[in-house]
Design a protein around this ligand. Structure first.
Ligand code: GLA
Length: 726
């Protein structure tokens, strides 16, 4: 009854067009407070630990109410950085927005709050949305911009969100990288002036910087202590995250599509929806904020985020372009005999008139190369089936080469202004297809649709994208719409993925883009996982995977065992170390298994079997980062713990080796102090055991005192499984 009354109480103010001035939006442990007085500006008041309605006044009483515009627009307080700049058809550059209504919608999963605003003079509206999840501490926020004027309005800047952050000892942690060196962690204090993280690639947005950031409010970021706000822009294209520290007491944080060269002409009646900015807050350091993101991601933001992932062999580093039936047959049989569950045939399988022998031709000609595979893909699928495993395939649908039948037929389908000559990329011939063109969208959808129709048993698609937009321009877009290309490209990409998902909900799709160029929440709603990097060297991967784990869950992190010497760095390292690193994510193998020694085959078989047993903990457990490789302590360590805390898997690695080193103890985290745990050493190396196998130790000791590990040799590592003893 009480519940019912509450429901009516919520509905009535909305119906009457009157509502509480204070708009409180909460998740299980966090709250965001707005002030939305009718006819006035929407204000951002508070974001932090959860408060209830009765505590709202305390925020004001304590002087904590920020009271700055929640979505600042250009034109009235022009000296400050705005989130939105538009030019009306009459040339007027200004906006003056007032709140006209607040609506709330409740489901089992989330509460959606919509604050409606209208310009005081122009028929121009902005609705600000807040989606507060009920099973994770994430609030997604975005805007919907509506032009009800008679002529087009030009959008010049259109951030998804703005958030004022009180100055103090505020630090940011974000990721930066390049091909084969992705997602390196950068940690820095926020100083006066502007800090801008932006990307202009056009296609991939996780090389250079990333569209995610952690904001530590209480000084130098700590893994488990202090207040942290995490922000992730859910957009696969160019983005702009800006911190503007002006003469107020605040850092202004803006996040949205990068408006550079992207002025958007909004037609009368047209609605522009900005991508979601996912915000989280934790008082348990960056570790707490990461766990919040992971939970939210697994529960919906990553496609099939709670589904178990298969262990696979990918053919790329094993054979590169030298695909043929005997090699595929051998690799399928080898991964099956190692206990793997899926084989993925990478680049090199296609091409009709032009054979794809290297990276300089045939993209777009998605027909089987009958010289390499005379019996076609059906035979390979059958080989996999007969070996008891699944089959997957590589495609790069958004691209073509100037040497291809597709380009010969449709030279106007590429990204490039018709008055310019395109400068090709990879292989000296690669070109990007113009996704703003509906014919191209249809073509791309059909690549997947044809493959899945012809070979319905395809269980996995590696979707690659190996080029940026260099020569800006479109043969399809009209003159006044040329500046829509960056945005329309990614809207079309999303539309294509929606169609694919509607028809093929079960095929697993990996986002790959020259390695890790597409780790972002704009596309993960359609992809199960992303490839972290083309650098498969385990030591480098410790750093990259550490960075990625700030924002992305392990279930989405494709992590493969590479060769030794490693193909990217040339480093020689033991198979155990390579497995121990790859086993912290979605395990795969990226090498030619036939080159393994008998001993290595035996080790791999056991490791694959072991991974299967710990997979639920690694892929779905809570991550605790224990010792950062960036702290230069010569070791790195992390662990995964089940929500019930009855099972955990601990990983430790030597990252730097020298004589007479004093290594730190390894203090665990996330366990139940009152429980006892039996330790089992996994992936054992008989010559370098931890000495902990079979020991029973309490959660309290493991967390407060930690454990000693020998880690005597270069590339030493340990994996320990912990099980509660009753
Ligand atoms: C990109 C990917 C690699 C591989 C090659 C194939 O570089 O990142 O994993 O698929 O393309 O050409």
């Amino acid at each position: 009854m009480k519940k019912l009354l509450f429901g009516i109480a919520l509905l009535i103010p909305a119906l009457l067009g009157a509502w509480e001035k204070e708009v409180l939006i909460s998740t299980p442990n966090t709250s965001l407070l707005l002030s939305a007085p009718q006819g006035e500006e929407l204000k951002f008041v508070y974001y932090g630990d959860k408060i209830d309605e009765a505590q709202v006044s305390q925020i004001y009483d304590a002087g904590l109410a920020i009271n700055k515009a929640a979505y600042p627009v250009f034109g009235t307080e022009s000296v400050y950085e705005p989130a939105l700049i538009v030019q009306h058809a009459d040339g007027n550059m200004t906006l003056d927005m007032q709140v006209t209504g607040v609506e709330r919608e409740n489901t089992d999963q989330y509460e959606l709050v919509k604050v409606m605003m209208q310009d005081k003079v122009y028929p121009f509206g902005v609705d600000v949305y807040y989606k507060a999840f009920k099973n994770s501490d994430v609030i997604e926020t975005w805007t919907q911009i509506t032009n009800n004027e008679k002529k087009p309005v030009k959008l010049q800047k259109f951030a998804s969100a703005y958030m004022p952050v009180r100055q103090g000892d505020v630090w940011i942690s974000h990721l930066h990288g390049a091909w084969a060196n992705e997602s390196k962690l950068e940690v820095e204090p926020l100083k006066r002036g502007m800090k801008v993280l932006k990307n202009k690639d056009g296609v991939r947005n996780a090389h250079t910087d990333h569209a995610e950031v952690m904001i530590s409010l209480d000084g130098v970021p700590s893994e488990e202590n202090g207040r942290v706000i995490g922000a992730a822009l859910c957009w696969s294209g160019n983005y702009d995250l800006t911190f503007d520290t002006d003469d107020t007491n605040f850092h202004g944080f803006f996040a949205g599509i990068n408006p550079d060269a992207s002025q958007y002409s909004l037609a009368p009646g047209e609605v522009f929806v900005t991508p979601e900015l996912a915000l989280t807050y934790s008082d348990q350091g960056v570790g707490g904020a990461s766990r919040n993101f992971h939970k939210w991601a697994r529960n919906g933001k990553v496609y099939n985020g709670t589904k178990q992932r298969d262990i696979l062999l990918n053919s790329w580093e094993g054979v590169y372009f030298d695909i043929d039936e005997p090699r595929m047959d051998q690799m399928i049989k080898d991964i099956a005999s190692l206990g793997g569950e899926l084989f993925v045939m990478d680049d090199g399988w296609f091409g009709g008139k032009y054979q794809r022998l290297t990276d300089n031709s045939s993209l777009g000609d998605w027909v089987v190369d009958e010289k390499k595979l005379p019996n076609g893909i059906d035979t390979l699928v059958a080989m996999a089936r007969n070996s008891g495993i699944k089959f997957g395939i590589w495609i790069e649908p958004e691209m073509t080469n100037s040497v291809s039948e597709l380009y010969e037929k449709h030279p106007d389908w590429i990204v490039c202004h018709p008055k310019r000559t395109a400068r090709p990329g990879r292989g000296g011939t690669q070109l990007v297809l113009d996704l703003s063109n509906p014919e191209v969208q249809e073509f791309i959808y059909n690549i997947v649709d044809d493959l899945m129709t012809n070979y319905p048993e395809i269980a996995y698609i590696k979707w690659d994208a190996n080029m940026s937009i260099g020569d800006y321009g479109s043969s399809y877009l009209k003159g006044d719409k040329q500046s829509h290309l960056y945005i329309d490209y990614h809207r079309a990409f999303r539309k294509i993925m929606e169609r694919i998902r509607a028809k093929y909900p079960d095929v697993v799709i990996q986002a790959c883009a020259s390695g890790g160029g597409r780790a972002n929440y704009g596309l993960l709603p359609y992809f199960e996982e992303f490839w972290v990097s083309d650098n498969t060297e385990a030591l480098q991967r410790i750093y990259m995977q550490w960075g990625v784990s700030y924002f992305f869950p392990s279930v989405a992190m494709a992590s493969h065992v590479g060769s030794s010497p490693n193909h990217q760095t040339g480093r020689v390292m033991p198979l155990k170390f390579r497995f121990d690193v790859a086993m912290t994510g979605r395990l795969g193998i990226e090498m030619q298994p036939k080159n393994m020694t008998e001993q290595e085959v035996e080790f791999s078989k056991k490791a694959v079997e072991t991974y299967k047993s710990i997979r639920p903990v690694v892929q779905q457990g809570d991550l605790y980062r224990l010792i950062s490789p960036y702290d230069n302590k010569s070791v790195a360590s992390l662990m995964y713990v089940t929500p019930e805390k009855e099972r955990a898997v601990f990983f430790a690695y030597k990252t730097y080796h020298s004589y007479a080193q004093v290594l730190p103890r390894f203090k665990m985290n996330g366990l139940d102090a009152s429980k006892n745990y039996r330790i089992t050493e996994l992936n054992q190396d008989a010559d370098a055991l931890s000495g902990l196998d079979g020991k029973i130790i309490s959660g309290a000791v493991l967390m407060n005192e930690g454990i000693e590990l020998p880690l005597k040799n270069e590339y030493a590592s340990h994996v320990l499984e912990l099980n509660e003893v009753n």
